[in-house]
Design a binder for this molecule. Sequence first.
Ligand code: FPP
Length: 231
Amino acid sequence: MVGYSAKDPARARHVAIIMDGNGRWAKKRGLPRSLGHQRGVEAVRRLVRGLKPMGLECLTLYAFSSENWKRSENEVDDLMNLMRKFIKSDLPEFVANDVRLKIIGDWQGLAPDIVAMLEDALAQTAKGKQTLAVALNYGSQQEIVRAVAKAAVLGEITTDSIAARLDTADLPPLDLLVRTSGEIRLSNFLLWQSAYAEMLFVDTLWPDFTPEMLQQALNDFAKRERRFGGR
Ligand code: FPP
């Protein structure tokens, strides 16, 4: 299978999460959506702090999709401000905890101050051992089109040549994709990369998601039998 080289197939190397349900979490409590997103960032922080003992090589989080621009200007501003605050407050922890930040998606299209902050964060964390990949202004179909366009320039359109030009080319193969909040769809996230990934859909709203829940998902993953199309 393309790009797959399992060391220990029972151990997940790369998990991705569609963090869904911030709005519903807030609504249930009669709170503004912005507070749901704030609590969502706290859930991200808890997870990153709990990452080391899980032994994952990479955790990829869907933080802002190319379709999220359709939300109200206020909500988009809230999400961008949360991003600024999060990078500023948590970057020293990433460095101290050996976390390498990676951004996937068309992030150069974000506000110039965010792009500058991200470039600095990428440089400061470049030597980290565990990767936190954050999808920003990300759409999987767009990512595939960009990769195919690059492969086409070289006149070499194969699964390998396209995979090598995806934003995730330097990441381990995706083992497990989790979506919170009870929705069962991929919403233009890692479509190519999920070809052989296991899927887990949980009802928990994102602000309530804990590192223990991720650890449980990893334990369950270790028990699944993956055949990659074979018998
Ligand atoms: C989905 O909840 C969540 C998002 C669109 C954004 C996810 C963002 C965060 C968790 C915060 C920012 C992240 C970082 C890394 C700083 P929703 O608003 O679609 O919830 P709903 O479906 O219940 O309305």
